[in-house]
Ligand binder design. Sequence first.
Ligand code: 0O2
Length: 211
Amino acid sequence: MVNHWDLFLAPYKQAVEELKVKLRGIRAQFEMIEAHSPIEFVTGRVKPVASILDKAQKKNIPLDRLEEEMQDIAGLRIMCQFVDDIKTVVELLRQRNDFTIVEERDYITQKKESGYRSYHVVIRYPVQTIRGEKNILAEIQIRTLAMNFWATIEHSLNYKYSGRFPEDIKVRLQRAAEAAYRLDEEMSKIRFEIQEAQAAFSRKQEAKGEG
Ligand code: 0O2
């Protein structure tokens, strides 16, 4: 039998699936014109029920207010090669007319105390259902590969320590965040060289019929 959560989460699942296709389509379009894609890859997930309940409790969100107050039940992540690609992606999102942007949070110029960096865009996305249109909130996190590496590791450690890191781990994570920041800076400096090499590589693959 279909339970309450399956029904509640159905439009969120639909939104995540649709948005993954749409955002991956942006990459495909850049590839088609043989231009550098600001999007490296896209992932998406619906927040597990246990995490929804956990966050609702932590943030004092009544369960009948989840639709309005929990912005990341539907979550998309866009990974970029270079920090500057993030701006390009945000611009592309602002220009679209298949959703509206509700809020933007810039944790890149203002990183979180943990060392977390990412650009968050909260959107209102219309899902077409058999009962008509349903507008849901979704959060798109845009980050470089280095920011993603750090966030993924920190997230698993957070789970292990329930957010209460021993001091030495906390310090190491902050240092790792600085190292990720420097890696992004270095990559930006040799961006032109990297892109030239990547373009030459794709041309070679295409010539071999592997493109
Ligand atoms: P999950 O498992 O990723 O879904 P809050 O939870 O109060 O900090 P809020 O208001 O929901 O934040 O909005 P925010 O900060 O824009 O987005 C929260 C999400 O951003 C988190 O979701 C993470 O995905 C990511 N995030 C924010 N801060 C950190 C951090 O310090 N480290 C890591 N690894 N990720 C972070 P959830 O619900 O925490 O978890």
